[in-house]
Write a protein that binds this ligand. Structure first.
Ligand SMILES: Cc1cc2nc3c(=O)[nH]c(=O)nc-3n(C[C@H](O)[C@H](O)[C@H](O)COP(=O)(O)O)c2cc1C
Length: 168
């Protein structure tokens, strides 16, 4: 998929199909996150694929079903110095776009109970979960090619360009 088309056609998935991910797709998603840039290349973030603790971890986000029903859920764990949340965001968006390139949708989930989630994942005191990103095929299929990139831009539920972009 054209990279710009991938960026502008991506919307969050609210409901996932009951279909797993091929191992090579899973690997590409995680590699895309691993290769993301970070402040001073410190890479002060790591990814925990939620398996054993998935259902319990789902109860620690605001919309548990989005995590519990996904084909894959990845906790982005940050710690150490530097703009860690920004670094985690860069890694998350890389994963999200790599997944979308394979037709796999996704959704970030904010953490409602950080303390319980840290306990479940056995995090160090210096660490916390920035977000849990869920991945899976959307229940309602979306074909990015059904519109041009310009068509996706025009249809997006976003603030107007002039409100977001200014020049100084
Ligand atoms: C169940 C659910 C939980 C979400 N939680 C978060 C969150 O905690 N933090 C966040 O930045 N976005 C979160 N999002 C994503 C934003 O709501 C989303 O990016 C925004 O509404 C634009 O959606 P769209 O790209 O589908 O238009 C969540 C979305 C859903 C459906």
């Amino acid at each position: 998929m054209d990279a710009y088309l991938a960026v502008v056609s991506k919307r969050e998935v609210r409901s996932y199909a009951d279909r797993g991910l091929a191992p090579e797709v899973l690997r590409r998603i995680l590699e895309a996150g691993r290769l993301a840039g970070s402040s001073k290349n410190r890479q002060a973030r790591r990814f925990v694929v939620l398996e054993r603790v998935r259902q319990e971890a789902a109860r620690c986000v605001f919309a548990p079903a989005n995590v519990s029903t996904a084909a894959l859920a990845v906790a982005l764990v940050i710690g150490g110095r530097g703009p860690a949340d920004f670094d985690a965001g860069r890694a998350a968006q890389n994963m999200i776009l790599a997944a979308w390139n394979d037709g796999v949708g996704s959704c970030p989930n904010g953490i409602a109970d950080a303390e319980e989630l840290s306990r479940l994942l056995g995090l160090e005191d210096s660490e916390r979960v920035s977000s849990i990103v869920s991945f899976g095929y959307p229940a309602r299929e979306v074909d990015p090619a059904r519109r041009t990139a310009e068509g996706w831009v025009a249809a997006a539920n976003r603030k107007p360009f002039e409100e977001i972009v200014s020049y100084a």
